[in-house]
Design a protein around this ligand. Structure first.
Ligand SMILES: Cc1cc2nc3c(=O)[nH]c(=O)nc-3n(C[C@H](O)[C@H](O)[C@H](O)COP(=O)(O)OP(=O)(O)OC[C@H]3O[C@@H](n4cnc5c(N)ncnc54)[C@H](O)[C@@H]3O)c2cc1C
Length: 299
């Protein structure tokens, strides 16, 4: 971690909200559904698919979780009525996983049923390790025959086994990413190279078994490695896609798309942007470093 990263991480709590907002505006579509729809339309018009995330994690009341679910219905309705090329991403704790596992299951089932009627794909995001087991459990309960996928993180030591198990048990659909939370070494790889090598190892398993994968990274080393594996297994465009976050590495996303790969952009929006932004910045000081630098580029 560089000095700048440590400095930003330590001083973030005293950074004024307006400054965080300025930084965040590049990475978040806005506060309203209109903002998200506008961003998705622009991305679709440029040949990108999207997945929309309603911001709001770590909800600890049933009421709040239910209002989040209700909002997802509005999002789904708009995606269908505007004929947008977009799925939705759902964070389990935003729909009640920290309240009760069965409650979260029913809430995600509720969103999934509506999405299925509208032919919209649902991706269950992966949060920090206290929720890994229950998130995969929810995925197992709901996935059969449904347009549903889950995220796995290559920094988690358990991921290879999880992926092998899920593939053996039935049809699976993954987003593979490095992972954004801070986890103890006992359960997570800590070295940059270890995380990369595990990413490629797990991706190899997915492509070899023809399991659909969203390759979610901005790391050119991994993009190169993924392209080699796609070639090795002669994977058709129906077997995988690349995914990137809104506002990150436009040069790279354009190049990947220009090489003929499907590219999906993750579009977060909502009133909880402040908590999301500061948490992301604090959780991953390296990202704080990028955004801080990009702030100065803007000025
Ligand atoms: C579509 C998508 C969905 C995701 N979903 C989840 C999830 O459900 N759970 C989870 O734990 N994590 C998720 N992540 C985050 C992921 O785990 C990583 O933390 C994040 O992608 C950074 O890792 P990287 O592979 O891009 O490599 P890095 O080495 O971190 O980044 C590679 C390069 O990309 C650039 N870069 C990366 N991030 C940023 C940024 N924010 N701003 C500016 N430049 C940047 C930098 O130039 C950097 O050198 C998701 C990521 C993506 C792309």
């Amino acid at each position: 971690m560089s000095f700048l990263d440590r400095f930003i991480s330590a001083t973030l709590p005293i950074v004024p909200k307006a400054v965080v907002g300025l930084i965040a505006s590049r990475y978040i579509a806005g506060e309203t559904l209109e903002d998200a729809v506008r961003t998705v339309k622009e991305l679709n018009a440029s040949g990108y698919k999207t997945t929309v995330d309603v911001l709001g994690e770590f909800v600890d009341s049933r009421e709040e979780a239910l209002s989040h679910v209700k909002f997802y219905h509005e999002v789904l309705e708009r995606l269908e009525s505007e004929k947008l090329d977009s799925g939705v991403s759902v964070k389990p704790t935003a729909v009640g996983l920290s309240v009760d596992r069965d409650f979260a299951l029913e809430n995600i089932r509720n969103i999934l049923d509506d999405a299925s009627k509208r032919n919209v794909f649902v991706r269950i995001d992966m949060e920090d390790s206290p929720y890994t087991e229950n998130t995969l459990w929810i995925y197992r309960q709901l996935r059969n025959g449904k347009k549903l996928g889950v995220v796995v993180q290559s920094y988690m030591r358990r991921t290879e086994q999880d992926v092998r198990g899920l593939i053996e048990e039935g049809e699976s659909n993954f987003r593979l990413c490095k992972g954004i939370y801070v986890e103890p070494e006992k359960i997570a790889f800590k070295g940059r190279e270890e995380v990369r090598q595990n990413f490629l190892k797990v991706l190899d398993i997915m492509l070899q078994t023809k399991t659909y994968v969203g390759i979610a990274t901005h790391d050119e080393y991994l993009v190169d490695g993924a392209e080699k594996l796609i070639k090795k297994y002669n994977a058709p465009p129906t077997a995988y896609e690349f995914q990137m976050l809104l506002g990150v590495r436009h040069d790279l996303r354009d190049r990947i798309k220009a090489r003929g790969h499907k590219m999906r952009i993750y579009v977060p929006f909502g009133k909880s942007w402040y908590g999301y932004s500061t948490r992301r910045l604090k959780e991953n000081p390296a990202i704080a470093g990028y955004v801080f630098k990009s702030l100065f580029r803007k000025l």
